[in-house]
Design a protein. Structure first.
Length: 189
């Protein structure tokens, strides 16, 4: 069965976008397709981007351990060649850290919402109980934004849908419940 590209997952796309900028998703996709190490020149041709731009993206990914390179010396010219590789394990590892925390927060929010009457700030998302919000005339004490009721029945549903979506993608990445062990991958140049 052909393995689906992990770059199709929203949580992977979001992560690559934040870490490596707008070209990161396409770069990772290309590396995935190649299934072996690629040079930055090769990527630059395929992406129709300057080598310096490709290198900038690679360096950002390298900083988080997502991209690794191997340095080899060309015997004839004496120049160094850099060939790059994307560490999927590392992507999974970062996502596991981030999304586990996110899920916990969403679950908490969902559970609390079922029990109490909450008001949320529209600007900064600060949350307060009705009594507190009323005390502040429904103006957020943190940022001054207006606070509106969180007890919209649609919100419960929305939260549920968001949680399901994340859990489904985590499962595809092999981070389902019970599997949340550390991958312990180290990126070596
Ligand atoms: Zn606020």
């Amino acid at each position: 069965m052909p393995q689906k590209s992990i770059t199709n997952l929203v949580i992977v796309k979001d992560l690559l976008d934040i870490v490596g900028g707008q070209d990161a998703v396409i770069l990772v996709k290309l590396c995935e397709k190649k299934r072996k190490r690629v040079t930055d020149e090769e990527l630059s041709k395929k992406m129709k981007k300057k080598v310096t731009e490709v290198r900038a993206t690679l360096n950002k990914l390298h900083y988080r351990g997502i991209a690794c390179y191997q340095k080899t010396r060309n015997q004839k010219t004496g120049w160094y060649n850099y060939t790059w590789e994307i560490k999927k394990d590392r992507i999974t590892e970062i996502i596991e850290e981030q999304q586990t925390e996110m899920l916990e927060k969403l679950y908490q929010k969902k559970n609390l919402e079922a029990d109490y009457s909450f008001f949320d700030c529209e600007k900064c998302n600060e949350r307060a109980l009705f009594e507190i919000a009323a005390e502040y005339n429904f103006i957020c004490p943190t940022c001054g934004g207006s606070m509106t009721s969180a007890n919209d029945p649609n919100r419960q549903k929305e939260l549920g849908v968001r949680i399901k979506k994340i859990e489904k993608e985590l499962e595809i990445l092999g981070i389902g419940e019970g599997k949340a062990q550390k991958l312990g991958h180290i990126c070596k140049p």
